[in-house]
Structures are given as C-alpha cells and as structure tokens.
Design a protein around this ligand. Structure first.
Ligand SMILES: C[S@@+](CC[C@H](N)C(=O)[O-])C[C@H]1O[C@@H](n2cnc3c(N)ncnc32)[C@H](O)[C@@H]1O
Length: 201
C-alpha cells in the first residue's frame, strides 16, 4: 500500500529523497515512510508552535516538522553528535523552512534536565533508546498539560518481544509503564518501528 501512496502523494519531495539517499549510504536510521505520513497528520491536526526533537540524525524528521507546520513554529533539534548536526544542517541548507530550526549540540537527557520545557507543545524522541525511560520521566515532571510526546522505535525491530538486550528490556519497561501512567493517555501504534503517542493531561 505504501508504494501506491508514495506514487500519488505530494508528501515526498526532492529534499526528502536526498536525505534518504545519504542516510542509506552512511547507514543512518531515519523515520519510516508510514511514520512520515503519521507525523504529517498529527502536525496538521495539532498545529504545534514549539517542537523539541531529541535525535537529529540526518535531519529527515526535522525537515518534516519544518515543512508541515506554520511559519511561526520553532523547532529545536538536539543531538550529541556534532557530525550529525553538521550533516543535517548541510542537507537542509537549501530548504525554505530552515530558518524555523535551531540545532543544539547536547546530550538529550542533559538538555531535558536543564531546560524548563514549559513552552514545548510536541516532543519527538528519537535519540538514545536506553535513555527513553529517563527522557519520559524528566519530561512528565515539567511539561505543560495537553502537550504531546511522540516516541519512535518502541518496537525496536521486534526486540521488545524477546528482551535479550538491556536496551530492549528498558524500552519494554517504558512501554508497559506508559500504559499504566495516570498523567496522560498512551497509544502504541503499529506504524514504522513502533510509534508511541503520550498525551499529557
Ligand atoms: C535514529 S537517529 C535520528 C533520526 C532522525 N530523527 C530522523 O528520523 O531523521 C538517532 C540520533 O540520535 C543521536 N543520539 C544518540 N544518543 C544520543 C544522546 N544521548 N543524546 C542526543 N542525541 C543522541 C545520534 O547521534 C543520532 O543522530
């Protein structure tokens, strides 16, 4: 189905194609095509003004946030790799939406711990999987009501089913705790590599 959608859809442009080719060449993971479509839907319904992304990679998801939000929206994209930030800046340099993006070189958890986070409408978590649990617990103590947290890779390519690594055990623990958390509503969607949406009450 996704191939048919991509054939007729205007949502995959030349900048996305160029990031995709680079990501493939250098083996850097990026969000999947169905995740792109999901994010576009969320952005058009929710209309966030401030987005905080952990894990810039090659800037593929950053580009989606910049393209499908209104002109006042600000996107902060945090990565602990200077090279990732340099690459995503280069790949997005020709984009007409690039002025909406600020890149910050920092560890994701440290950034969350030191910032207020009160103005963030949408958090997108795609950095260190072992830290997802701590990312969530830090965000939930500071974020405002009605903000949303979107997690990528909650399925870890199926590893959360066999729990052979510490990483999969940690993400599995997070998945279960998100369902039990009374501070909001959690949905785990079978999109991409497992998308989680937590809406803070
Ligand atoms: C899967 S890539 C992000 C892909 C990107 N969201 C996309 O779809 O285009 C993960 C990124 O997280 C970054 N990362 C890993 N551990 C991190 C940490 N502790 N703090 C900040 N960034 C981290 C890596 O450098 C890498 O660029």
């Amino acid at each position: 189905m996704i191939e048919y959608i991509k054939k007729i859809s205007p949502h995959f442009d030349h900048i996305q194609n160029s990031i995709k080719l680079n990501a493939k060449k250098y083996n850097v993971p990026i969000i999947k095509d169905d995740t792109v479509l999901y994010l576009i839907s969320v952005l058009s319904i929710f209309k966030p003004l401030n987005i905080l992304e952990l894990g810039s990679g090659f800037g593929y998801s950053t580009y989606i946030f910049s393209k499908y939000t209104n002109s006042e929206t600000k996107i902060i994209s945090v990565d602990f790799s200077l090279e990732a930030i340099k690459n995503s800046k280069e790949l997005l340099a020709s984009s007409k939406y690039v002025s909406k993006i600020d890149w910050i070189h920092c560890d994701g958890l440290i950034y969350l711990q030191k910032e207020r986070l009160k103005d963030v409408d949408l958090f997108f978590i795609d950095a260190k999987k072992e830290d997802y649990y701590d990312y969530f617990n830090t965000i939930i103590t500071k974020a405002k009501s009605n903000s949303i947290i979107i997690f990528d890779n909650l399925y870890l390519n199926g590893d959360v089913n066999n729990l052979k690594s510490l990483k999969s055990q940690k993400v599995h623990l997070l998945n279960c705790s998100l369902y039990n958390n009374k501070k909001g509503i959690f949905t785990f969607l079978p999109i991409g590599d497992g998308i989680g949406l937590f809406v803070i009450s």
